[in-house]
Design a protein around this ligand. Structure first.
Ligand code: NAP
Length: 303
């Protein structure tokens, strides 16, 4: 049973797996190793570029693609028929939820402003906002959304939950127009799908209250960047982003200098905790696969 994994760390996680031949291959556009035809279990690189995606077409025995990420939007359209795609749902909950809480607090307590003032050598005393008493709307109340709510439990906020379908305590996405005007903080944690791509457009943003904070820890493609830019330019909304569209943000892009926004370069899940949990998941999945047991996190059609 041949496994292709992107790094030595992932290979080490599979050490001693009975019957497994593990090869470190991160396809980069150069000719693939001759063993491509034997690969049954493929772990693409953390940020899969086009060659790593295209490589799947040269794996006729491929049975499982296990990502190191929770988001699988870049791979999904190219998964060959009959191949099971599994994501790393759960592995990044702690890191990503922690980023969300850090971003909310940093924005509301004006840390980016104070950091700039420190660099300029200015003691700039001023009042700031406060998270206590605010209404936090989580759009995409899944694994990470629930982890955000658990972490916000001590902050005296009201959490409102939205998912694709309504369930106990969770509103359906169709109710968003009525919920947005009450939210002080809107946190995006939905996956990229045809329904969510561009869902945060001018109309969505217009329903947000003056001074509200948009936090995007999901994917840049959920937000129409130009529409957000227009709101930031006017100083009506604020934003804290871990992901942007385009990504990486090219030099000279307006987001670099617009007021009321700070961003990090897609780092929310780039922590040792996430890495260790993703490796544990890959090991678990590889064991399940080699014993013919059901896999976890299998992505189904309506992801
Ligand atoms: N910034 C980073 O580094 C980073 C790290 C990890 C993950 N992420 C992103 O975070 C996303 C969420 O991860 P997760 O593990 O929490 O996923 P998850 O457990 O699958 O949860 C996703 C949630 O989004 C909801 N959803 C789907 N379509 C929606 C729509 N049109 N409107 C509103 N909600 C919708 C789903 O609703 P239902 O429950 O009704 O299906 C589900 O509750 C990933 O897809 C990934 O893109 C980013």
């Amino acid at each position: 049973m041949r496994f292709w994994v992107p790094t030595g760390e992932v290979a080490a996680a599979l050490d001693g797996l009975p019957g497994a031949t593990v090869e470190v291959v991160a396809p980069d556009g150069t000719p693939l190793p001759g063993t491509a035809g034997e690969v049954e279990f493929y772990v693409p690189p953390f940020f899969p570029a086009q060659p790593a995606i295209a490589a799947m077409r040269q794996m006729p025995r491929l049975a499982v693609v296990q990502t190191l990420t929770a988001g699988i939007n870049s791979l999904l359209p190219d998964i060959p028929p009959g191949v099971r795609l599994c994501n790393a749902r759960g592995a990044h909950d702690a890191s990503t939820a922690e980023w969300v809480v850090a971003a909310i607090l940093a924005a509301i307590r004006e840390f980016p402003l104070f950091a700039r003032e420190q660099l300029a050598g200015r003691w700039s005393y001023q009042f700031t906002g406060c998270l206590a008493g605010q209404n936090v709307l989580i759009v995409g109340y899944g694994s990470i959304g629930a982890a955000v709510e658990r972490r916000l439990a001590g902050f005296e906020v009201q959490v409102v939950r939205v998912a694709r379908a309504a369930r106990d305590g969770v509103a359906a996405v169709g109710e968003l127009p009525g919920l947005l005007p009450a939210a002080d903080v809107v946190v995006l944690l939905a996956p990229t799908t045809p329904e969510t791509a561009g869902m945060v457009d001018a109309a969505f943003l217009a329903r947000m209250k003056d001074g509200a904070l948009l936090v995007n820890a999901a994917r840049g493609s959920l937000v129409v960047t130009g529409a957000l830019g227009a709101e930031l330019e006017q100083g009506r909304l604020r934003a804290a982003l871990d992901v942007t569209d385009p990504e990486p943000l090219p030099p000279g892009h307006p987001l670099w200098t617009l007021p009321g926004v700070f961003f990090t370069p897609h780092v929310a899940a780039s922590t040792p905790v996430s890495a260790a949990r993703a490796l544990r998941l890959v090991r678990d999945q590889a064991e399940r696969f080699s014993h013919g047991l059901p896999l976890l996190n299998v992505i189904s059609g309506d992801y």
